[in-house]
Design a protein around this ligand. Structure first.
Ligand code: ATP
Length: 152
């Protein structure tokens, strides 16, 4: 079905601000875009990334969400000022049940499944995931959604 990404992101950001009152959550840009996808799956995927950004960012930290069109893609970025992921673990966090050491001992529970589910959903929709992270500084996730071409 056609999915209005601008409204979806607006809705998720508002929900997130309610559930995470101790973090600063900003929507810095929100381009309008319609993609062809199942809204429940896309919502679940975005929630996984945003919930992680809150879970792994100390209270008072900042989460910036932005959505902007770049050529024939919609780029959604979720940037946090959290604990970060060590370089050598960055390729493993999408594996099922994988959790970075620092997270295992933390109060934040979790099975290590969220990102593997998110990756599955992304693959089904041809969405590319890019992760950049600096230990103790934060993590940025960029999701590249292909936009339907206007020709055809
Ligand atoms: P759950 O099954 O509840 O999602 P989880 O959060 O541990 O548990 P994933 O979402 O798969 O599982 O994440 C895997 C690991 O990647 C986390 O345990 C954490 O170590 C690391 N991680 C994920 N997102 C971030 C982030 N934004 N900042 C720092 N570490 C992160």
């Amino acid at each position: 079905a056609n999915l209005d990404m601008q409204s979806l992101i607006e809705e998720i950001v508002q929900e997130t601000q309610l559930i995470a009152p101790n973090h600063q959550i900003f929507l810095t840009k929100n381009d309008s875009a319609i993609i062809y996808a199942d809204s429940a799956s896309i919502k679940q995927m975005l929630r996984i990334f945003i919930e992680n950004s809150i879970k792994y960012t100390p209270i008072g930290g900042t989460i910036r969400i932005a959505s902007h069109q770049v050529d024939t893609y919609l780029h959604i970025t979720i940037q946090d000022t959290g604990i970060g992921i060590p370089k050598e673990e960055q390729s493993k966090v999408f594996d099922r049940f994988y959790r970075v050491d620092a997270s295992r001992s933390k109060l934040t529970g979790g099975a290590g499944l969220g990102l593997s589910i998110a990756q599955c959903i992304a693959q089904q929709h041809d969405i590319e995931i890019h992760l950049t992270s600096i230990l103790s500084e934060g993590t940025t996730i960029t999701l590249q959604f292909p936009l339907p071409s206007k020709k055809q």
